[in-house]
Design a protein around this ligand. Structure first.
Ligand code: PEP
Ligand code: MG
Length: 547
């Protein structure tokens, strides 16, 4: 038996056979085609037919929402206009693979140009194109493998498109070579409550069928395990699944010290599920969903309707809304400058809103209107705030427009360093560890090659959080935390020990964190935090902070 290590997401455990995700197909070269044109046309049309039939059958087998998506893809694969276009391209001298690639790409561009629902379907064409080319080449279809038996999915990394059709009754756990704790894979794993280990060195060496145990709690992948190890993992898995079913209580430590556990939400539609999982309010409402797909900012009325819908789901509870956070990993054409060389260090978050203040004013007005119509306690905060001067600007504007409680996110190290100045005007601070880690460690959160630096356990990040916690305690103001770090049950204890007063996370993580909180007193949490601060690396801090 051997062991691989990476960054475990959550506490889940699973055992099963590996299925590797094949690499994407290489781009077909545009060398001239010298073969038999008629035979090639026939073979390509047949391949398109095979793919269309397979997609249709697969859709019928899976059912639900996926069926509609797969049936739409089947129609694309068998579209007579596409079959004809491919034939013409082969007749004009393209290889069958190149003809398929180009014909699908030009159809994709056409759909994108139409906008709306058509444009949303355009990316599916790239997937269908790959399937047809794989059929022509007689190789495995790239993307998520299909299987009727449960398996552990091993991949370099997972893109959103890969995961849309993942069948979570079959995928027991995720193991990726790349990615850090804020990667798409990690976020997906938390949202779906499945064990995952990201950034696993050596994941490339795993092969289909190998039996492994994926233990996210110990961040290990045990390879080539025997039956006894599989049985032990199954027993531990049962315990983990039962813990998730424990009664829902308010977040509290063993000694009764309350730590409200809140939800991170991306749209009002997610509210009901969060309430069901025991969210005591919303610690981060990301408002980008209203803006990202539009060419212009939504009107005050459109925004007000959405905010009111969300607030109504939390009567009498706290809801922290973040004003638009555009730029870097969330670019917006009408707000951000496309010319920036380092967008993460550019005009993003509050900086971008300040440059186009009317958008910020409209959003704050819509939020204030919604606040006055419901019984929820609305708090509003700004992202990417650097110092007290920016804090003063935002808090004053929010109050001028009728917001009752206004604060800032701590995502830039400079803000943590002057936290006591910031808290002179801010009503609260909420720590965004995803960005705070990125900026403290100077490691792009989107870049797999520096994922190992993207670890909020790093003592440098913990020390900034301590500074924020102390400033909050001195000012008598709340310091919440809403980055992915809050969803790590062990780190959550250390964060509370550092002075964090509320934790906000993806709702699926609430049960694990709630159970973890109940295992320590405040004194014990503080002792763990004190030990973790002395680690020389993230791994060492984690080891010290979990003892
Ligand atoms: C963060 O940076 O930690 C955060 C919560 O914001 P986002 O992930 O949306 O950038
Ligand atoms: Mg952020």
């Amino acid at each position: 038996m051997s062991e691989l290590t990476g960054i475990g997401i959550g506490r889940g455990i699973a055992a099963g056979p590996v299925r590797c995700m094949p690499d994407p197909l290489p781009l077909p070269t545009d060398d001239p085609f010298t073969g038999d044109v008629d035979a090639a046309v026939e073979k390509t049309a047949a391949a398109m037919g095979v793919v269309a039939t397979w997609l249709k059958e697969r859709g019928a087998h899976i059912g639900g929402e996926a069926q509609a998506i797969l049936e739409a893809q089947a129609l694309m694969a068998g579209d007579p206009a596409l079959v004809k276009d491919v034939a013409t391209r082969i007749a004009n001298g393209s290889t069958p693979e190149r003809a398929v690639y180009e014909a699908f790409l030009s159809f994709q561009k056409l759909l994108e140009g139409m906008g709306g629902h058509m444009a949303e379907r355009a990316t599916d064409l790239a997937d269908v194109s790959q399937r047809v080319r794989a059929e022509l080449m007689g190789v495995s279809v790239p993307g998520v493998p299909e299987s009727d038996a449960p398996f552990i999915l091993v991949a370099h990394d997972l893109a959103p498109a890969d995961t849309a059709l993942l069948d979570f009754t079959k995928v027991l756990a995720l193991v990726t070579r790349d990615g850090g704790p804020t990667s798409h894979t990690a976020i997906l794993a938390r949202a779906k409550s499945i064990p995952a280990i990201v950034g696993v060195t050596g994941a490339d060496g795993l092969t289909d069928g190998t039996l492994v145990v994926v233990d996210a709690g110990s961040s290990t992948v045990r390879v080539g395990v025997d039956d006894a190890a599989v049985a032990a993992a199954a027993a531990k898995r049962e315990e983990w699944l039962n813990a998730a079913k424990a009664p829902i209580t308010d977040g509290a430590l063993k000694d009764g010290h309350l730590v409200p556990l809140m939800a991170n939400l991306g749209s009002p539609a997610e509210a009901a599920a969060a309430v069901e999982l025991g969210a005591e309010g919303v610690g981060l409402f990301r408002t980008e969903f209203l803006f990202l797909d539009s060419a212009t900012a939504p009107t005050v009325e459109q925004q007000e309707a959405q905010y009111t819908e969300l607030l109504k789901a939390f009567p009498g509870k706290k809801v922290v809304a973040r004003v638009l956070d555009a730029g870097a990993d969330k670019p917006l054409a009408f707000l951000n400058d496309a010319q920036e060389e380092n967008p993460a260090l550019g005009l993003r978050g509050l900086r971008a809103l300040r440059a186009k203040e009317s958008i910020l004013r409209d959003q704050l007005t819509a939020l204030a209107n919604a606040q006055n119509k419901t019984t929820a306690h609305l708090w509003v905060m700004a992202p990417m705030v650097s110092d007290a001067q920016e804090t003063d600007y935002f808090v004053a504007l929010a109050k001028e427009l009728g917001i009752k409680v206004a604060g800032v996110m701590a995502e830039v190290p400079s803000l943590a360093l002057v936290a006591e100045q910031v808290l002179e005007t801010a009503d609260f601070v909420s720590i965004g560890t995803n960005d705070l880690t990125q900026y403290t460690m100077a490691a792009d959160r989107m870049l797999g090659s520096v994922a190992s630096f993207q670890d909020p356990w790093h003592p440098a990040v913990l020390r900034l959080i301590k500074q924020l916690g102390e400033a909050g305690a001195a000012a008598g103001k709340p310091v919440g935390l809403c980055g992915e770090a809050a969803a790590d049950p062990d780190l959550a204890i250390v964060l509370v020990g550092l002075g964090v007063t509320t934790l906000s996370m993806t709702p699926a993580a609430l049960a694990d964190v709630r159970a973890s909180m109940l295992t320590v007193t405040l004194e014990e949490a503080k002792a763990r935090a004190a030990r973790a601060l002395n680690g020389r690396t993230a791994a060492e801090a984690c080891k010290l902070g979990t003892q």
